[in-house]
Every structure is written in structure tokens, then in C-alpha cells.
Design a protein around this ligand. Structure first.
Ligand code: KMH
Ligand code: ZN
Length: 272
């Protein structure tokens, strides 16, 4: 199947309403924006939870409320973050798989994350990966650095293919501490991906649009969302997540790429 899909990451763990009042934090806000994003062309949603005060949480009740709402009101493929925030422990991060999402993020290595450290030792990567296989969940391998792509290859060599047989990787580019958000770095990462892998890319902050253009040029899928970018341009804040999905869909149309529906994304990821 040709074509690309658009992932929306509406919330993340770090940004607040003080950074951008349009960011959805509570379950009802996230679900309402998910509906608008699906209408704008999104196929998959990457979900983080927040507590009533707006702080990042991996509380299963909060995540369940978001997942249930997204499932009731959209057809989007549901992906839960196992990254959480840099302050979350490994056990809480692993337990989100108990909610049995169709997909989960799975970061392939430790990375400096601004002034913090996002910890992903190999033992945790392997533990998460084996649990995705046991549960039939499609991992989205998050690569923040070129070494993470090397680890992904080692992981597959050691433990075999994911549950559905499809390897899907997201290049997270432009995190301060990770790989640069530019075309030559993307080409290096793509050259190292496992043969036949499905892939998307997202650029953080100012790398957002350049990474999207490079991904379109290289035939990849796109991830957008207020987890990754809060400014629409130098002079304008992002209004809401649908605005970012609309722009991605417009750029995909300019590149004459078909945008996959949620059910087509399921086929692409082997979920059937
Ligand atoms: N919040 C970052 C520390 C993921 O969702 O898997 C990690 C993150 C990656 O957002
Ligand atoms: Zn995330």
C-alpha cells in the first residue's frame, strides 16, 4: 500500500497552558481535539495523560478515560506513550501496556532532553519490547539519535520481529540533546533503518516544518502535534492540533501523496 499517514501527538508531558493556551490537557479536551484532527486527516493518535492540575501522569484511570473517549468518538489508531515524562519510573511506564492499546511508543535509547535525561537503558527497552510481543501491541520505535537506530537493529536481531511482523519507526529530530532536525541527518538515519521498515518523522520546535518537508521528499509518514511544536510560525502560536494536521495534509497533497485513513493505517501496521 502506498501513501503516508499522519500521527498527531496532541499533548506530550512537558508543555502547559502557560506556553500555549490551545494545548489540550484534560481528557475531554484531548478527545475533542482528536475528533477535529481525524477530520483534518490524522490516522493515529499518540497519547499522554495529565492530572487535574495539568501535570504529566501515567495514572491508568486518566489514560483509560482518554482512550475510551478517543475510541468512542473517533476511529483513530490509539497509541499510548510509554515514555511519559523524564520523572516517571520504569514500572509505571511499562504498566500502560495493561490498557492494551493498539500501539505504544518504545524509545530505543537514553538521550539528553534539554537539561534533563530521558532514561531508556537496554534492559528496559528489551522488557517493554517482549511485553509488546506477548500482548500483540505494535511498538512504534522512537529514535531520538542515530545510536537508537543501531539499538533497534540489535533488538530485532536478538528478539525477532514485532507482534504483527511490521517494524514501524518514528524519527524524533531536533530535541536539544538528540539528533539534528535536518535532511542530511534524516538521510543518515534512513540508511540505517531495518530493511522494509515503515517510518515517520517529527521535528521539534523550529525543526518541525523542515523535517516534515524532508520526510515528504523521502516518502515517509508525518507526526505533528503540540507535544512537538507550540508555534505555528515565528509570529504565531499554534491554535490547536487540528491546525497542525491540516498543514501536514496540505503539504502531503502538494507532494501528491495519498493520506491513509485510520483503517488503512491499521493495515500498514499489520493490525488488520
Ligand atoms: N516526554 C518525553 C520525555 C514518548 O512519548 O514515548 C518522552 C516522550 C516519548 O514523549
Ligand atoms: Zn510522547
Amino acid at each position: 500500500m502506498t501513501g503516508l499517514f499522519i500521527t498527531v501527538a496532541p499533548t506530550g508531558a512537558e508543555s502547559t497552558k502557560a506556553h500555549n493556551p490551545g494545548i489540550p490537557l484534560q481528557p475531554d479536551e484531548i478527545v475533542a481535539q482528536a475528533v477535529a484532527c481525524e477530520a483534518a486527516g490524522a490516522g493515529l493518535i499518540h497519547i499522554h495523560g495529565r492530572d487535574p492540575a495539568g501535570e504529566s501522569t501515567l495514572d491508568l484511570a486518566v489514560l483509560r478515560e482518554i482512550v475510551d473517549g478517543v475510541r468512542e468518538q473517533t476511529d483513530l489508531v490509539v497509541q499510548l506513550s510509554t515514555g511519559g515524562s523524564v520523572r516517571d519510573g520504569f514500572d509505571a511506564r511499562r504498566r500502560v501496556l495493561e490498557l492494551q492499546p493498539e500501539s505504544c511508543s518504545l524509545t530505543c535509547g537514553t538521550v539528553n532532553f534539554g537539561t534533563e535525561v530521558f532514561h531508556n537503558p537496554l534492559s528496559f527497552i528489551e522488557e517493554l519490547y517482549l511485553e509488546t510481543i506477548a500482548r500483540g501491541i505494535v511498538p512504534e520505535f522512537e529514535c531520538f539519535d542515530l545510536g537508537h537506530v543501531t539499538t533497534l537493529n540489535r533488538l530485532l536481531d536478538t528478539h525477532g520481529a514485532p507482534a504483527t511482523g511490521v517494524v514501524h519507526c518514528n524519527l524524533v529530530m531536533g530535541v536539544p540533546g538528540g539528533m539534528a532536525g535536518d535532511a542530511r541527518t534524516m538521510i543518515a538515519a534512513l540508511g540505517a533503518l531495518p530493511a522494509g521498515a515503515s517510518w515517520s518523522a517529527t521535528g521539534i520546535g523550529r525543526a518541525h516544518v523542515p523535517v516534515m518537508l524532508a520526510a515528504l521528499a523521502m516518502g515517509g509518514s508525518l507526526r505533528v502535534g503540540m507535544e512537538d511544536v507550540l508555534r505555528f510560525s515565528a509570529s504565531e502560536l499554534v491554535r490547536d492540533n487540528a491546525q497542525l494536521v491540516e498543514r501536514a495534509a496540505q503539504l502531503a497533497a502538494l507532494a501528491q501523496a495519498d493520506i491513509l485513513t485510520p483503517d488503512e493505517v491499521r493495515v500498514r501496521l499489520g493490525l488488520g
